[in-house]
Design a protein around this ligand. Sequence first.
Ligand SMILES: [Zn+2]
Length: 261
Amino acid sequence: MAKTQTKFVCQSCGYESPKWVGKCPDCGEWATLVEETVVVAKSPKRGEPSTSFAPAKRITELESTGASRTSCGIQEFDRALGGGVVAGSLVLVGGDPGIGKSTILIQVANNLSISSGNVLYVSGEESAEQIKLRSNRLGISSSDLLVAAETNIEAVEHYVRDSGPKHVFIDSIQAMYDPQLASAPGTVSQVRSCTNVLAHVAKNSGIPVFIVGHVTKEGALAGPRVLEHMVDTVLYFEGDRHQSYRILRAVKNRFGSTDEL
Ligand SMILES: [Zn+2]
């Protein structure tokens, strides 16, 4: 039998407490603790141990990832990434809803599918028909761009194993859920668990994974510190939906300097 328990989780930093408190003792934010139900699954282990625990390697035998960067066909995007997409990297693309994250990312996905082969684009926010309509407007027609309307992160893992993509896009992380957790999609527990699964995909298979993260009214990503710590690179769109000029800014980059414009 799976056990059910509840805990209070800070929606800003992910701090967990058995009881509710008004001020998060970790990040100092007020009224950010939300009760979340946690189902402790019978077999919480994920993935094959044989692939999870690769033997340690001699440093002289390691390949430098610095060389393996792929251009995504949009100069501003390549520059923000520090010179292209790094193999096995987890990239968070943040910004207000409606600022055009999905529009630019599906163009990036299209470009990468043409230059590198299969790209898996998972949308938890739009139906396949809506994605098709938007793609038509943008003139996107690569047959190597695979689209799935899905919110279950275990199904996403299945799609990745099944289609062997060279790049993966998740739109958005707040729409995804891990069926092993009882919390609602978008809560810190869910965002953290789903990001963990995607980090696993990126690190074990070397597939770069882009995840869209919406910014809240307060101007932060949902579970901002949790997410930013878990990914390699954080890009932010700035500006508003009525401006044609949007700025893409790197606020974290494990593979290069930040604030490249
Ligand atoms: Zn906190």
